[in-house]
Design a binder for this molecule. Sequence first.
Ligand code: ADP
Ligand code: MG
Length: 287
Amino acid sequence: AVPLVAAISTSISARNGLLIRNRTAFEASRKITTIVFDKTGTLTKGTHEVTRIVSLSSKYDERELLKYATAAESPSEHHISKGLMRKAKEEKIDIPPVTDFKYNAGIGVSGTVNGKKVQVGGFLLLEQLKKSVDEDKDEGVETKVFAIIDDELIGFITFADEIRESSYGAIKTLHENNIKVSLLTGDNEIVAKDVAEKLGLDDYMAEVLPDQKLDQIKKLQAKGEFVAMVGDGVNDAPALAQADVGIAIGSGTDVAAETADIVLMDSDPKDIVNLILFGKATYRKMV
Ligand code: ADP
Ligand code: MG
């Protein structure tokens, strides 16, 4: 009887927008007590439209800043990179090639452009490089990346992202089912708090590196929680592997999808609700 149930549940899962890669994890999904969401690209759309370009250097104006940052980001798969590429195209800026490209997950990128060492990343990168920005130039609820050229901080670029419409309903239904919902993001505190408040999340943590995402999952498990993690990025992979149920967003990176137990085909958080309710129903059928 099990193979038949398995076959039926596979076809139902496809209709529910789920690709089940690990049946055991799927069957365990009814036991979930806490869901941890990644923010960027998961609860939000990851649209990352450039909103401001602020130069802090007399050597590089806004156009030059955009040019160097985009060049250094060009090999990256991140929403930040895609947002920069669109803006540079719109501004008809020719992007010079980059060599020695490196991606430091949760921190930023680096590379050589026109013989200069270019680094682009968030607040954690600034901290690493022991640099800081004037408070009054540094406001707003936005994702922000800084550009450093040959060790000089030359400016920053901000991005607007939107919460997915379906995230609201998904979180409401999870709460109705007594599941706690929290957020782990590599983005800054201001953006994390804003998203957590708008969605009514139980908890959030900002500026979290990939290994710290993993540690947070372990901590929840040590407290007796049965944890699902939902993410889309390279930086989520360790946490997805550690979670009792790892769920990847379909539009995310290959690394996330390959690590996860379940992939959401339409990248829609509401399918997670389907997963849990459907997991409960399937289990009832099997016993
Ligand atoms: P989340 O955990 O919400 O998905 P990400 O890990 O995608 O967030 O990004 C976390 C932070 O790491 C970003 O806000 C940014 O500061 C930095 N970062 C990640 N990737 C890049 C990149 N390609 N360029 C610049 N900064 C990046
Ligand atoms: Mg993400």
